[in-house]
Design a protein around this ligand. Structure first.
Ligand SMILES: [Mg+2]
Length: 229
């Protein structure tokens, strides 16, 4: 298969988690409701705050209404983290890897490639899925492990440093444009997979080096490329 990219020198494959390796359906409506309740409890809720905003933006707006008492802010942030984590954990409790993903990661390992997972999800939630299904990985880096999380390229840069592979010898694979943005300026090859809502056109517009249907098809292409003389 001609993929249009040279995968023959790849030594590390880094994956996004949600929607790439596993089917996870985070209950954003519930996350939103619990967040609004949190802000109401803290007396920082204002009508109209939830209009067209992500949960993280609602939390940020609530934090801005708190004032500058650092203890108060820290406590509020801790409670907000708990809300997100509670919903994510419920999601991960039922999450399953996509077909062929367990075997694909194992095959990368058996072929001497390093496997990384870089995610905005929480460590406990993702680790519960990777251990339940024996998803092979050399490194799991979640939002709990870094100060600057994806799409900040520092998240991926730190992960590669830990794995010990040069960016030019790595590929980042994800289901969302933020996975491509998270590799910007690093010299890491990027591949989009069509397992969620992002389209081929959207991946190409953002500058992904290649687009594949899913993780097993990318892994097959990487293994195949290494066999070429
Ligand atoms: Mg994803």
């Amino acid at each position: 298969m001609d993929t249009g990219i040279d995968l023959s020198n790849i030594e590390a494959v880094v994956f996004d988690f949600d929607g790439t390796l596993a089917e996870t359906r985070i209950d954003f409506a519930k996350m939103r409701r619990l967040t609004i309740e949190l802000l109401q409890r803290w007396g920082v809720w204002e009508d109209g705050m939830a209009e067209d905003k992500y949960v993280l933006d609602i939390i940020k707006a609530g934090r801005e209404n708190l004032g500058s008492d650092p203890e108060k802010v820290a406590q509020f942030e801790a409670e907000a983290d708990e809300v997100l984590e509670q919903v994510e954990l419920e999601t991960c409790a039922t999450a399953e890897p996509f077909p062929g993903v367990v075997e694909a990661l194992q095959e990368l390992h058996e072929n001497g490639l390093k496997v990384g997972i870089v995610t905005r999800n929480c460590r406990v939630g993702v680790a519960s899925v990777t251990s339940r299904y024996h998803l092979y990985h050399d490194l799991l880096s979640t939002r709990d492990d870094v100060t600057r999380v994806k799409p900040d390229p520092d998240h991926l840069a730190q992960a590669l440093k830990q794995i010990g592979v040069e960016p030019q010898r790595a590929v980042m694979i994800g289901d969302h444009i933020t996975d491509v943005q998270g590799a910007e300026g690093l010299g890491v090859m990027t591949i989009g997979v069509l397992t969620q809502k992002t389209t081929r056109e959207e991946f190409e517009q953002i500058g992904a080096d290649a687009v594949f249907p899913d993780v097993p098809s990318v892994v097959a292409a990487i293994i195949e490329a290494r066999k070429q003389p």
